[in-house]
Each structure stands twice: as C-alpha cells, then as structure tokens.
Ligand binder design. Structure first.
Ligand SMILES: [Zn+2]
Length: 331
C-alpha cells in the first residue's frame, strides 16, 4: 500500500502525535500528561533565509538547494493562499523603497492567488531565527491559540527551534503556541493572524461583552499589561537603576508578573520581569526579596527555554551573586 505523503507525521516522541482536528486541519495532540518545563521538540531548520529581504527569489534560491526529500517535506506544509484580496490593502504608499514595494507586492500575490507557492508556504510557516527567519517542519505543525499551553524559541547554542510546555496539559489536549504577541488586544491579534489566513476562535477571542467569560477577563488583563508596559518600559534595561528610584516601580513590575501568570503567559518575558524585580530589590538593599525574585526568574527561564539556552547562565550567575551577598550579611 502506498503511503499518503500528505498526512503529516510527528518525529518519534513520547509526548504528542499529529492528528486531524475537525475544522482545523491537523494539530498536535498530547499523548500523556505533560508538566510545565518539558521540552517536547527540538527541530532543525529546513529552509533558512538569513538576513534578507524575503523576496520570492530569496525563497526560491534557498528551496533549490534542498534535497528532494527536504523539498517534499517543505511542500507538505500548510499554505494560507487563496485569501480574499478585499481583506488586504490594495495601495502601497509612495515613499516605500522599490525593494520593499516588490516584497509587499509578491507577498500580496502569494496570499491572494488560488495556488500554493514556495512563498505562501514560507509566509505561513516561517519563524524568527537569529538574524533572519527559517521554516521548521515540525514546529510548524503546532496550531495557534491566544492562550497557548506551549512556547517556542530559537536556541542558538544547539542550533534548533525548541518547544516547551508552559501550562500543564493532559492526554488528549491539543498543544498550541501563540503566533502573535500575547499581550496584544483582540483587534491587534486579529490583524496579526490575518497573515496566516484564519480567524481565531480560542477562549480569549470569544465574546468579550459578557463579564463572566474568560475572554472578558483576558481582555482586561491585557489592557492593564499594555498600560503597565508603557509606564515601565523606558525605565527597564540599561535605565533600571533610574527606575528603581521611582516610587511603586517594583510594585508595577510585580503587578505585571501576576497578570502574565494569570493569563498563562510563562514565556521569557515573564523571566525578564522577575529578573528586573530582583535587580531593583538589590539596588534597594532588599536582598531577601531579590533572592526570591531571582529564584522565580531562573525557574521560568529554565521552563520556557531550557538550561542550554545561551543566556541561562547569566540568570544563574545573578542568583549566585545575590546569595553571596546574603551570606556576607549573616553574622
Ligand atoms: Zn484567539
């Protein structure tokens, strides 16, 4: 019997299987309960577009260099072509550079024509990678949810895209990742997801008008998060010492951490918030609090990216520094 090459198969693993989901094509279904922090996939890039303009010719050139097996795998990935052109702007501003204009026109054609193309497959499946983007054939099989139970990251140390579980799943759950920024509101997410050719119907995208729903609570949390992010972002990073002097700065960061966790967002962003809380506490001389926040930062960082992630050692070094200072204080 001939194998049907169109049915995607997950790599040999104990965690999930690819199955058909009514109305959604294929999805990755958990085979067993999986705890937060479990790495369920390490995926090699199939087609890499290093820093480039993502023109049709860039994709075609990279595709031509693949083996015939790799080409078959690439062509088996989902494509979001055949979209209604009326849903997309038809004019390009006059001041756009010629090469950028060409990219916009090519991408527009790829998503609105009725045939899949190398470019439409790239647009639907590419993920950021170091200085460019790549298509990861297995990571690309995970569907989107605005409140996902998994997160993905490019790990430059091992040269692979990894997927980690960030919210406990039970056998039979679909494992999902978010294709857009988790703190964005529904209109922004709807716009971002248009590029993939679908309208999200997850529980965060359901009717927000009923105050008892998850969607309503989620919309409120994201609104507050965006507000707190605006208030704090210019005083983080290199200006954190300045931020530490502001009244309520640490409490604003702490509110953000709580909101992210309620939203189920245990991504690297949450790890950075805890690291910043720890740094602010260190500046203020509250080393006990700094230690608690640093422990959280290390735990979240490990759970969403793994201990082999390039910047993980920095988190450990910071925690060690706080502990050394604490030890010196003890009589
Ligand atoms: Zn959604």
């Amino acid at each position: 019997m001939a194998l049907n090459v169109n049915i995607p198969v997950a790599p040999e693993n104990e965690y999930y299987q690819i199955r058909e989901i009514p109305g959604k094509g294929y999805g990755c279904i958990a085979l067993q309960p999986i705890e937060r922090g479990t790495r369920i996939l390490e995926d090699d890039p199939l087609l890499i577009i290093p820093f480039a303009h993502y023109l049709k010719s860039d994709i075609e050139k990279a595709f031509a260099e693949l083996t015939s097996e790799q080409k078959k795998l690439y062509l088996s990935l989902h494509s979001s072509h055949g979209q209604d052109p009326r849903k997309w702007p038809s004019k390009i501003a006059d001041n756009i550079y010629p090469r950028e204009r060409q990219r916009i026109e090519e991408q527009h054609a790829a998503r609105t024509t009725d045939q899949p193309s190398l470019l439409s497959i790239f647009q639907t499946n590419c993920m950021e990678m170091k200085d460019g983007a790549a298509v990861f054939p297995q990571a690309a099989r995970f569907n989107h949810c605005c409140n996902p139970n998994a997160c993905f990251t490019w790990n430059d140390k091992i040269g692979k895209e990894t997927i980690h579980i960030m919210n406990h799943v039970v056998a039979g759950d679909e494992i999902t990742i978010s294709y857009c920024d988790m703190i964005h509101d529904k209109p922004s997410r709807t716009y971002e997801l248009k590029h993939y050719g679908f309208v999200c119907d997850c529980r965060a995208c359901a009717d927000e008008s009923d105050e008892t729903t998850f969607a309503h609570e989620s919309a409120e949390r994201r609104f507050k998060l965006l507000e707190l992010d605006r208030e704090t972002k210019f005083l983080r990073g290199s200006r954190l010492n300045e931020g530490a002097k502001q009244e309520n700065f640490a409490s604003k960061l702490l509110q953000m951490a709580v909101l992210h966790q309620r939203e189920g967002d245990f991504t690297p962003r949450l790890a950075v918030i805890y690291l910043d809380i720890a740094l602010v506490c260190e500046v203020k001389g509250d080393l006990r609090m700094a230690e608690m926040a640093a422990v959280k930062a290390v735990e979240i960082k490990k759970n969403c990216q793994g201990t082999d992630f390039p910047t993980f050692a920095k988190y450990i070094d910071f925690l060690d520094r706080i502990r050394r200072k604490l030890a010196m204080q003890r009589p």
